[in-house]
Design a protein around this ligand. Sequence first.
Ligand SMILES: [Zn+2]
Length: 91
Amino acid sequence: MRRRWRACWRAYAAAPRTRSGAPCRAPAVAGKARCRKHGGAAGSGGQSGNKNAWKDGFYSGPEKAERRRIMDFVRACNRVLEEIDQIDGDR
Ligand SMILES: [Zn+2]
């Protein structure tokens, strides 16, 4: 099956707009998040592995994985607390 292209406007929270104000619906360039008109053109962007915008790695893979791990634990705790609340509610 042919992989469906992703519309340019799905790349980020703030979608690029056309002159009429509608979100850009052009297909993203293969291997890029945006269409050719909004920063996906061949040769645009930094070299792979560029760290120009790196600040503290908050959005890096390992940091996100750690936050996910912590949030999974917090959710599990909340589930247990909810169960305890329900048991208490029966009395
Ligand atoms: Zn676009």
